[in-house]
Write a new protein. Structure first.
Length: 252
């Protein structure tokens, strides 16, 4: 496990291109957990955590995402999937918790619990212990891909929900990315990264009432992108809170 105290600022949106003309509905509209792994190709402790994310990605009720960070790039290998926005997101989580505890591999479950990414039992326990009373993962979310658009639908907040507002974000995802690492702590290894977030875009603001948004596929789909995830999160990008609901869908 590697720890680091500083981060880069949020970067701009990534480039986009190809369109997908088929129609798909989200397969995980009833997701019970969002598991975010902050990982790095330059971290020798990360491969076991990367494999766990691959296993979790097979569970349709869990949205498992890899968010490669960039702050270990100086150690001899520049992570080819890293994004400064993910480093900033990890730091924002730590600031919200008040512990400033940042390391790789680190998993954040439902925007709240954090633990070492290779702790499979701990991750599974955190998923089971999602606090439904606080509104975590209680808002139904769905996606439908139709022609050149993705339609995102978010239901109204439950009557007893504590959280009645949040931000809606969509992620462009590559399901499996094999990387041959030539230098650094993992030199000579080929590691497959699962459900890698390649772009992250804000869709809109959710105010507790049912809402829907249409996202042009040209804003999401480009070479190597074969899935999308959408989530509703309490708080903001700078002050992320609990995950309120999420969905995941294949694009082809």
């Amino acid at each position: 496990m590697i720890r680091f105290p500083g981060f880069s600022r949020w970067s701009g949106a990534l480039g986009v291109c190809a369109l997908i003309a088929t129609t798909h509905a989200s397969a995980a509209a009833g997701a019970r957990a969002v598991v975010e792994l902050f990982t790095s190709q330059g971290c020798s402790s990360c491969p076991p955590a990367d494999r766990i994310i691959g296993d979790l990605a097979k569970d349709p009720s869990v949205i498992a995402l890899s968010l490669p960070i960039d702050y270990w790039d100086y150690l001899g290998w520049k992570d080819t999937l890293a994004d400064a926005r993910f480093s900033a997101r990890q730091k924002a989580y730590s600031q919200m918790r008040g512990d400033r505890d940042v390391y790789t591999p680190q998993v954040v479950v439902n925007g709240a619990a954090h633990l070492v990414g290779s702790n499979r039992a701990g991750i599974e326990d955190a998923i089971k212990r999602a606090d439904k009373s606080s509104g975590t993962m209680t808002v139904p979310v769905a996606m439908a891909v139709n022609g050149k658009e993705i339609k995102v639908s978010v239901a109204a907040a439950p009557a007893d929900a504590a959280a009645r507002q949040g931000e809606v974000w969509i992620c462009a995802v590559s399901k499996a990315v094999p990387i041959a690492i030539a230098r650094g702590e993992n030199r000579g290894r080929e590691i497959t990264y699962h459900n890698v977030v390649r772009n992250l875009l804000k869709v809109g603001d959710w105010t507790g009432s049912a809402g829907s948004w249409s996202v042009p596929l040209e804003n999401i789909a480009h070479e190597g992108i074969d899935a999308a995830a959408v989530y509703v999160q309490d708080g903001s990008r700078e002050r992320p809170g609990a995950m309120l609901g999420a969905a995941f869908t294949s694009l082809h």
